[in-house]
Design a binder for this molecule. Sequence first.
Ligand code: PMP
Length: 282
Amino acid sequence: RIVYVNGEWMPEADAKISVFDRGFQFADSIYEITAVLGGKLIDYHGHAQRLSRSLTALGIPVPVSEEHMLALHRQAIARNGVEEGLVYLQVSRGVQDRDFMFGADLSPTFVIFTQSKKVLDNPKWKTGISVITMPDGRWVNRQIKTVQLLYSSLAKMEAAKAGADDAIFIEDGFITEASSSNVHIVTREGTLITRQLSNALLHGITRGSILDLARQAGVPVEERRFTLDEARNAAEIFITSATAFVMPVVRLDGEPVGEGVPGPVSGRFLQLYIQDRIATAI
Ligand code: PMP
């Protein structure tokens, strides 16, 4: 693969980051992932805006202009011939001799790489996934998309050990989100419930798109936090993320969700999302 590091494109084997990079030593770093279909970026503007918000929240300068950022995404796709997959982008505060305190004048480390992989026709869309619940042990500023992914990574390993596909996190009896996606439920009356935006969860771009599509389709929507019990009694549960789109959850802590198979509302949202986002890809 050809990757981008601080203004230059190079073969991945030649790419180097300092051992003194604060991203490496302090997870002082943010990232974004945008899906690619047909060589085009899905929901790009949402991801670009969240990237700026994450950087601003940490006081890391935005490394390039908006136009240049989009151009770099397109170059990454073109240089690697990506038809289907994703563009990964990471910005750290930069390099400095190890110290908890950081200076004001660091130049950010800026990396982009791509992954070519199948995004459409995910076989799990047909079967749904199983999840287990665990306490949300992450830091409290989850709206910032930092690379502090250790808790989520361990949670996914735990889930796999328990024979499940993923973990969803519980705080004070309420679901926050899943290890790398947002969680939504559909009540037996057909209302879509998703947790309101706050620092308790990442403001998922796919989440926002699904809410727009739900409102356009006349589906009743409630943005509020919901309990694990509400999820247990829901007709459907699904998770959303940039690369899994809309993924039905069919087992929760070993118990079937609704009929125990992917439900019609999740299926409809998945279709709507794919149609709409392919049409608006750039
Ligand atoms: N929550 C968490 C913790 C995530 O890591 C992700 C995926 N990056 C999401 C939600 C979903 O966000 P998006 O739809 O923007 O991919």
